[in-house]
Write a protein that binds this ligand. Sequence first.
Ligand code: GTQ
Length: 346
Amino acid sequence: MSELGKLEDLPQEYRDALTKLNLVPLWPSLRGVMPANKPRPHTVPTLWKYQDIKPLLLQAGELTPIEKAERRVLVLANPGHTLEKMQASPAMYLGMQLLLPGEWASSHRHTPNAIRMIVEGEGAYTTVEGEKCYMSRGDLILTPTGMWHEHGHDGQDPVVWLDVLDLPLAYYLEVSYHNDSAKQENVNASTETFYTTGGVVPSPMFERSKKQYPMYRYPWTHVRRTLENMAQVQPTVEMVSVTYVNPETGDDAENILGFYAMMLRPNQTLHLPVRSPSIVFHVIEGACDIQVEATNYPLQQADTCCAPGYTPVTLKNTLNQPTFLFMTDETPLHRKLGVFENRTKK
Ligand code: GTQ
């Protein structure tokens, strides 16, 4: 491959003439925006330990009343993108949110899609489009684009959850904004109770649901039991994992980001396929080492780690009991854009 001309090769006068007219020569920058064979990600592997975050989050609870914060969140920012960008990867935003007993985070909706993965505490809830979704550790709650949501807390102890939004993408596309509303009434039935058996969906008067998001809450107890069953019944299956989907259509639960749960068997080592999307791991229960290229990140319960796409990742359960992970990635986006790749050697 030939070396392309540099900006400095051009006379200053010529460069100034271009700049004045908002013109840029492509060739000095071409390899930067389209490197050979593999992208050059800004996303760097990063580990956020819950034991570091929690005291600072509780301190935020003392420093900033909920009314002054609206959402009391510490953002897990990837230094490779610069912290100001508040992004974990090109399309993923991660935040640890604290709600104290009696607090209320007011109702709003926004264009970015969001989910919550509950980290600890009991008694809090998110009301999504008038449906009260209780929060327990490991539960996944969807708040897809345009859905009203607010958070309340009737329990005794602080509640913390992990927010995942496709905010960096929405912001980049210049479509990110929000609306406020008054407190929602809890008027709608708990949709998760209509989808308790796989393969069975409601059909009043033989009609199937036409809602784009028929279910908002995926209780961890159900998901955990499914993973344990899979591990037990299929002892030779290497990767014991499930995908969170729309129970009516089987499509990804949301449009942009993918959500998954995995069980690592006791002491299991698992090499993940090398794929194009960035990926985030969050330990729901247990502990594991996550090796991203040559670096090893030790994760305990509630820790969160991200890895760029096109990068080998190896997971190792460091316990003699199962470890359960939540994962989120950019697969649905990559598939829609036609850029999804799985480069694992067959
Ligand atoms: O709880 O609605 O972490 O609107 C960032 C923006 C959480 C939320 C975040 C939000 C929320």
